[in-house]
Design a protein around this ligand. Sequence first.
Ligand code: PMP
Length: 298
Amino acid sequence: LDDRDGTIWLDGQLVPWREARLHVLSHGLHYGGSVFEGERVYGGRVFKLHEHSLRLVASAREMGFALPWNADELDAATREVVAVAGLAEGYVRPVAWRGSDTLRLVARDSSVHVAIAAWPWPQVFAAGPRGIRLRTSRWRRPAPDTAPVRAKTAALYALGSLAGQEAEEAGSDDALLLDHRGRLAEATGANLFLVIDGALHTPPPECVLDGITRRTVIALAHELGLTVVERHLDPAELARADEVFLTGTAYEVQPVTAVDALEYPIGAVTSALVEAYARTVREPRPAPTDEAAPAVAS
Ligand code: PMP
């Protein structure tokens, strides 16, 4: 990924792709003092850009540091990177980390760096929304008093990376993580929905990421007249779900065709939401937001 032509926005400047480097003694590398976002470009526009920029700022705050740029400035920088790349369809990765001023764990006054890269990357799962198979992981999402679960921080992604690797090694596409109490939580990079008797059921964002796609899909479901219930879900409820799907910036609305030994069809509700989401990300009008949902992750 580092050896390609292009431009990356780094601390306020556009630098050649190969020169966007950091020092090996960066605090963010050693102690997880890093936060990031994942965004998608559709038709040259970043979907829900401002919500992502706000979440990056909020994640940094949760991790005890302030970004040197506010959300509006991050929006502008992101648009610049996408425009310079001439990107019509792609992925954007903003990342912020504590610099190499000190390797003390407590680095209150350390420098904070921000980079934004964008590149063409049409699908996470090459097959597209044809459905993926999940395997329940032995790793669990930690409790809010065990880890900074609201922040989209590198510190938490060690778990997802490990869980995902184990799922792939066992022949699945992705891992399903339970939370610290053994309730259904989320996949490695997406939120979880069960369709039961025509209604959507999804865990509240207490120890899972408050996904921007999740909020969009809840709003779209309301527009379609569907009932959405946010509640704690026991793994046993997987047996009575008619359909299961995931939501995420990279996954979009992704049907789940199996969780362990349970199989699911790609049903009418999931298909309607796949279509509604695909339409929304390309619409010139602002996508619906769920009034009940908070605007930022914190
Ligand atoms: N959960 C996790 C752990 C994630 O990494 C992501 C991707 N950011 C999501 C859920 C979905 O969030 P969003 O819809 O904002 O991409």
